[in-house]
Ligand binder design. Structure first.
Ligand SMILES: Nc1nc2c(c(=O)[nH]1)N[C@H]1C(S)=C(S)[C@@H](COP(=O)(O)OP(=O)(O)OC[C@H]3O[C@@H](n4cnc5c(N)ncnc54)[C@H](O)[C@@H]3O)O[C@H]1N2
Ligand code: MOO
Length: 584
């Protein structure tokens, strides 16, 4: 992030968990990673990280390790020990038993405390309203003061609640449950084992777990499809100067006027001053000459020899557009969070704004997988034509994504490890998003999920309750790049892309979540099943939509002639509403 608020972090990683038979809770793995490492990844942006607990040899040497005294003296004592190592004005305080923690969890706490300058601390609350006192952010001075206040009675085995300041804010978060018991761990593991999410859950997880990209400064025309990180403010007035809105006459005084021979063309740099009682021909868009009091359009004048007079039967109006009439320098032309559409870029040009501070546009590395998939040349026995890869850049562009580079991957574990392991720069693409077609399943040749796990990726969406597209994957690599895994079947790949990529793009660019487009589907009952389904729809003359019948997924024939895909929920009646994914 560009506007980084400095903070330190204390992670409480005490040993033996009494309710779990004395095991070292922070080292318990959920989702292929210890809960301590989940906590450390969540505070990776901290200037200083302090782990309080038994010394661990495997931690990065930049992490400070300390321990409360006496050992096992409880969280308040542990925080006091950790605080001695802290120097920033803000300190995140975490337990190492929160398996679903992400960097954006911390960002939300930072934003909440920044919004309440009078508050001493911010804490997360779960869906039930329970406050997680060990998922918090403190003003360091306030934490010091609270600990000092408790000190006379001793800090050993004090409840966290006794430490909490009156003046705190809470932030409601979903999926932040801690693991106190073996049952909690089992439930958390079940959740990460790619339990299918609903479409809504998947989009929310994407929004919550993918942090926005760093900002960039781009000229307006190169910023298309990015999102404004700072509002667009006019640098120059519009019009920049008094300009004629019509072809006609610039006149001085109330007329009739004597016509001078000079003609005022748009862009003219000729020295020309109008004296009272005189007029000159002027073109639309030309700056009005000094001395001019008004512009009269051609249709409103009579010309007799060299005398120009206003026709008696027309309204008296001035066809001059005055400088700053539409906006003045400093005017707000588009608000931060707005997508840079051609209109926004055009307005920036009109306002003489040479550079926009934006996030995006998102750049993608498109990867087609499969030994059998062939892009060029004649097909040999068992080979399948790549009918997705060459068109994916177009589909991606509909979602605001630029394709920076493309490659093909064979179905080998090594290939995936290499793809996910190489730094973005090595691909020559600087892509923030890797879009992989195929290999999302759990089959023998499907290496993506395992390769992601080996690479230490965090699964954000493991499966979704939708057909097709159930096997889609959204994950974040340790270096922050996002992987979007699309099912291999071409129709499934495109439907999944249009369903999910816009949410990924919104999260990366910091755009507010898109409001879904909806439509009335005339034959929705027939198209719905026991599962949400994505079906092609065509527009009917009356404005309703008609859903296609049976859809084969191995090619895009069902999309021919369709104007949108519709997401049809189970039990939608005829003329019911469905979300539309436009095909344009
Ligand atoms: N035992 C199960 N097998 C499968 C299931 C299932 O639930 N249980 N789901 C099926 C569905 S639905 C889909 S979709 C696919 C998803 O599999 P993958 O994402 O791993 O995709 P692949 O196996 O690599 O490919 C599937 C299919 O698509 C063809 N393909 C792939 N890429 C292209 C391309 N660029 N152009 C044209 N065709 C492509 C590929 O040849 C396969 O035929 O899993 C099912 N199996
Ligand atoms: O996973 Mo498939 O996408 O249901 O066609």
């Amino acid at each position: 992030m560009s506007a980084h608020t400095p903070f330190d972090a204390i992670v409480l990683a005490g040993g033996s968990a009494s309710r779990m038979g004395g095991v070292d809770k922070p080292s318990i793995e959920v989702g292929g990673r210890s809960m301590l490492h989940t906590a450390l990844d969540a505070v990776a942006a901290a200037d200083r990280v302090v782990v309080v607990g038994p010394h661990r040899d495997d931690l990065d040497p930049t992490i400070r390790q300390t321990q409360e005294s006496p050992h096992g003296a409880g969280p308040v004592s542990a925080l006091a020990a950790g605080l001695r190592e802290v120097s920033a004005d803000l300190v995140v305080t975490l337990a190492a038993d929160l398996p679903f923690l992400t960097p954006s969890t911390i960002e939300r706490l930072l934003a909440a405390l920044a919004a309440e300058p009078a508050a001493d601390a911010a804490f997360a609350t779960d869906e039930t309203g329970r406050v997680q006192f060990l998922l918090g952010l403190w003003r360091t001075g306030a934490l010091t003061a609270r600990l000092d206040a408790l000190e006379p009675d001793g800090l050993v085995n004090r409840a966290m609640k006794s430490l909490v300041p009156k003046n705190h804010v809470t932030v409601q978060m979903s999926g932040i449950s801690d693991c106190d018991t073996e049952a909690d761990v089992a439930a958390a593991r079940a959740r990460t084992a790619a339990a299918p999410m609903t479409i809504t859950q998947a989009r929310r997880a994407i929004r919550d777990d993918i942090p926005p990209l760093a900002t960039r400064v781009l000229p307006p025309t190169l910023a298309l499809d990015s999102v404004l990180a700072e509002s667009l403010i006019a640098a120059a007035p519009f019009p920049r100067f008094d300009v004629s809105a019509m072809d006609g006459y610039a006149v001085s005084g109330s007329g009739p006027w004597q016509l001078d021979t000079a003609i005022r063309y748009a862009g003219s740099e000729e020295d020309l001053t109008l004296t009272p009682g005189h007029a000159v021909r002027i073109a639309t868009g030309a700056h009005v000459p000094p001395g001019s009091t008004s512009v009269v359009r051609d249709e409103h004048v009579e010309l007799a020899g060299t005398t120009v007079s206003r026709r008696p039967d027309v309204p008296v109006r001035d066809d001059t557009r005055r400088s700053g009439e539409d906006w003045r320098p400093g005017a707000l032309l588009a608000t931060a969070g707005a997508r840079v559409t051609p209109a926004v870029a055009s307005v920036a040009l009109s306002g003489e704004v040479a550079a926009l501070t934006v996030r995006g546009p998102v750049r993608a590395h498109v990867v087609v997988t499969g030994d059998e998939i062939r892009r060029d040349g004649p097909l040999r026995e068992g080979q399948t034509r790549d009918s997705v890869g060459p068109l994916l850049p177009q589909f991606l562009s509909w979602c605001g994504v630029r394709t920076a580079t493309e490659s093909h991957l064979r179905d080998t574990a090594g290939g995936f490890d290499e793809l996910l392991g190489q730094p973005a720069a090595a691909t020559g693409a600087d892509a923030e998003l890797i879009v992989i077609v195929g290999a999302t399943g759990g089959g023998a040749a499907d290496h993506m999920r395992l390769a992601l796990q080996r690479r230490g990726a965090r699964t954000i969406v493991g499966r979704v309750q939708v057909r097709p597209g159930g096997s889609q994957v959204v994950a974040s690599l340790p270096d922050g790049r996002i992987v979007l895994g699309l099912p291999g079947n071409p129709y499934a790949a495109v439907a999944t892309l249009l369903l999910t990529a816009p949410a990924v793009v919104a999260a990366l660019t910091g755009e507010p979540s898109p409001v879904p487009t909806t439509g009335v589907v005339a034959n929705a009952a027939q198209a719905s099943s026991d599962f949400p389904r994505i079906v092609p729809v065509t527009r009917m003359p009356d404005g309703r939509w008609h859903a296609a019948g049976h859809v084969r997924t191995a090619h895009l024939a069902a999309l021919v002639g369709a104007q949108a895909l519709a997401v049809i929920e189970p039990a939608t009646p005829d003329d019911g509403i469905a979300e539309l994914l436009p095909l344009r």
